[in-house]
Design a protein around this ligand. Structure first.
Ligand code: ADP
Length: 671
């Protein structure tokens, strides 16, 4: 076994690998970019080396620099995680030349699976079932069109070099083919620098079922059952589970055998995943093989009780796999939900910003959190916007779903928009509970999964008002404490004021709506005049900063996170944003205005979303930039309008470039 390993990655996967290495007594070396100097993976590793600026191509993708660090730090092996250099055959080769073990398959296996077309060729020859289609070399448009007509419609055109759901086009009818082909080729060229495409029959309601495989250098190969990854948005997974609901032992056996045959066909060593599409009639087809550890590997670990990173390390060190096929059994059911900083209401566009508040459910035998961030960290444009993976386990699927819903409701993030409520809606959907899932689940249940934004409820307003009143009382209490006359009537917290009625008006802005909550001071609490009527409320703050409230006899616990005039009320798994209209507390808005309208990194303007002079609400997308293959939205920092855009669509801008002039709306006096 290795004494020291280097982890050529960041975020949750770097932390995940470090966790196992520590358990095995292996010294860990991290690498980090400027953006990650304070990151969790750096803190967890025994040693960490700076490798460059934030952009991945200038840091985490620099194979040479990383190899140099490995040599310098005495690492015997490099774990690439997923993404970055994990499927880079050239890097694997360079490691071998340097005498450092690449914790992954042999370069030939990476190469063989690197192109979707070539992979299908190999798999077809090995007897692994393929989706009917064309995956040859001939790229002549007329030839491809004739092939498309032969395969039939609907048809899917895929970039051979594609990944992450990019470079795919569905063609519903023959007449649409030519345009779709040129579109797919354009996208493939822009995204992957290679416009080679393949075509296959488009299955309309398939499930994405993948098999975890493992092989060692002694020639043993086995599988660790399936994962169902059908819940996808933009052809990208968001919820994964193991085992797949409704899977029969016979089908599992068949798919497992096909996956092992696939691994054997390319002399595979290490952890890999063979992805299949499972059609409604029970036929399954090879899609691609990922020659690395997958994001969703924890669900397999939870049902088998095995540590796949440990297996990777042992196999890379030349040991045989710790056990054989007949010793691996399924125990219970596990589900993973990927918590992303993204906005489901805006086509899941990444949301960047500072994690002002982050609280995750507590971990136990049923709940596992794989995270690489801490409160205060930035979700930046430079990397994948996944915040954490929430993994739950229980003895059966419905219990696991219940755990998932509960844990999602406890996940609190303020500072960026996240998909937690959306994931909660998926988990709560009766079709999900019934196992009626396929890759178009999210599209099909769109109306149920994307509820309209509702105005603040009386409960939300009451929690916000109570939080402000408790703070006022605290401040008054502190003033009295430090005063020479603690009994002065000026320090009273019950609203007593000479010549004043004992009430206080709180003005909030809820989206477009102005709401006033009148607070009447009463002994031991307050009466609030809310839109739905009056309510007696009282409460206190817990040591953890939560608010323990009694709302008209109902006891509730909420969390209120404040940033300037903005209050985020976290309650019952949802979060609601209110802005307090209080002229005396103004001034914080400027920070947002100055910070958000500049390019966060070098990139390209891909879309202008607003019109000059037309009023937009805070949060409305103004410009979409593309950087590091990821789209980034620059949104209105407050209500107002754009006075001028400084760059046209297509312009390449430098980091820090002022993208536009924004005129903030002058605050209107509230009724
Ligand atoms: P990528 O490498 O970009 O992730 P994949 O080939 O793995 O692309 O496919 C991603 C997803 O696209 C699949 O999980 C599935 O939802 C959908 N998909 C791929 N091929 C087909 C097909 N022939 N018919 C229907 N859906 C497909």
């Amino acid at each position: 076994m290795f004494d020291t390993i280097l982890i050529a990655n960041r975020g949750e996967i770097a932390c995940r690998v470090i966790r196992t290495a520590k358990r095995l007594g292996i010294r860990t070396v991290a690498v980090y970019s400027d953006a990650d100097a304070g990151a969790l993976h750096v803190a967890l590793a025994d040693e960490a080396y700076h490798i460059g600026p934030p952009a991945a191509r200038e840091s985490y993708l620099l194979g040479d620099v990383i190899l140099e660090v490995a040599v310098r730090s005495g690492a015997g092996a490099i774990h690439p995680g997923y993404g970055f250099l994990s499927e880079n055959a050239g890097f694997a080769e360079a490691c071998a030349k340097t005498g450092i073990v690449f914790i992954g398959p042999p370069c030939a296996a990476i190469r063989a699976m690197g192109s979707k077309s070539a992979a299908k060729e190999i798999m077809g020859a090995a007897g692994v079932p393929l989706v009917p289609g064309y995956h040859g070399q001939n790229q002549d448009p007329a030839f491809l069109r004739a092939e498309a007509d032969r395969i039939g419609y609907p048809l899917l055109i895929k970039a051979s070099a594609g990944g992450g759901g990019k470079g795919m086009r569905v063609v519903w009818n023959g007449p649409d083919f030519d345009e779709a082909l040129s579109g797919a080729k354009r996208e493939a060229m822009a995204g992957f620098g290679d416009d080679h495409v393949l075509m296959e029959k488009y299955l309309t309601r398939p499930r994405h079922i993948e098999i975890q495989v493992f092989a060692d250098s002694q020639g043993n190969a086995l599988h660790l059952f399936e994962r169902d990854c059908s819940i996808q948005r933009r052809h990208q997974k968001v919820i994964e589970e193991a085992p797949a609901s409704g899977m029969t032992a016979a089908l599992r056996e068949q798919m497992g055998a096909a996956a092992v045959a696939a691994a054997r066909a390319i002399n595979y060593v290490g952890a890999g995943t063979v992805e299949f599409l499972l059609d409604e009639d029970g036929s399954f087809y090879f899609m691609e093989m990922n020659t690395r550890l997958q994001v969703e590997h924890p669900v397999t670990e939870m049902i088998t009780g095995l540590d796949l990173v440990e297996w990777q390390l042992r196999v890379a060190a030349g040991e045989p796999m710790p056990c054989s096929q007949e010793h691996i059994v399924i125990g219970g059911h596990a589900i993973e939900a990927r918590i992303y900083a993204e906005d489901p209401a805006r086509e899941f566009l990444p949301s960047i910003g500072k994690l002002r508040h982050l609280r995750t459910p507590s971990e136990n035998a049923h709940v596992r959190i794989d995270s690489g961030v801490l409160q205060g960290d930035e979700v930046s444009i430079h990397y994948d916007p996944m915040i954490a993976k929430l993994v739950v386990w229980d003895s059966d699927r419905s219990s696991a779903i219940r755990r998932l819903r509960q844990a999602l409701a406890e996940f609190q993030v303020v500072g960026v928009t996240t998909n937690t409520v959306f994931l909660g809606s998926v988990a709560a959907h009766p079709a999900f509970a019934a196992g009626e899932i396929d890759t178009s689940f999210i599209e099909r249940h769109r109306s149920a999964l994307f509820p309209e934004a509702a105005p603040a409820s009386d409960r939300t307003l009451a929690l916000a008002a109570l939080d402000l009143m408790l703070e006022q009382a605290d401040e008054a209490g502190q003033r009295a404490h430090s005063s020479s006359d603690p009994y002065s009537p000026w320090h009273r917290t019950n609203g007593w004021r000479l010549n004043f009625d004992n009430h206080h008006d709180l003005h909030f802005i809820d989206g477009e709506q102005a709401i006033t909550v009148v607070v009447h001071y009463r002994s031991g609490g307050y009466i609030l005049d809310l839109p739905g009527g009056s309510l007696f409320v009282r409460g206190e703050r817990s040591a953890g900063g939560d608010i323990l409230a009694d709302l008209g006899g109902m006891r509730v616990k909420g969390t209120i996170v404040r940033h300037g005039n903005t209050l985020t009320i976290l309650d019952q798994g949802k979060s609601h944003l209110l802005t307090r209209h209080d002229p005396s507390a103004a001034g914080d808005e400027d920070e947002a205005v100055a910070g958000r309208l500049t390019a966060p990194m070098p990139g390209k303007v891909v879309a202008i979303m607003a019109e000059i002079g037309v009023r937009v609400e805070r949060g409305t997308p103004l410009i979409i930039m593309e950087a590091m293959k990821m789209e980034h939205t620059i949104s209105a920092p407050c209500d107002g309008s754009v006075a001028e855009f400084h760059y046209p669509v297509g312009a390449v801008v430098n980091e820090g470039a002022e993208l536009l002039d924004f005129t903030a709306e002058v605050e209107q006096p509230l009724p």
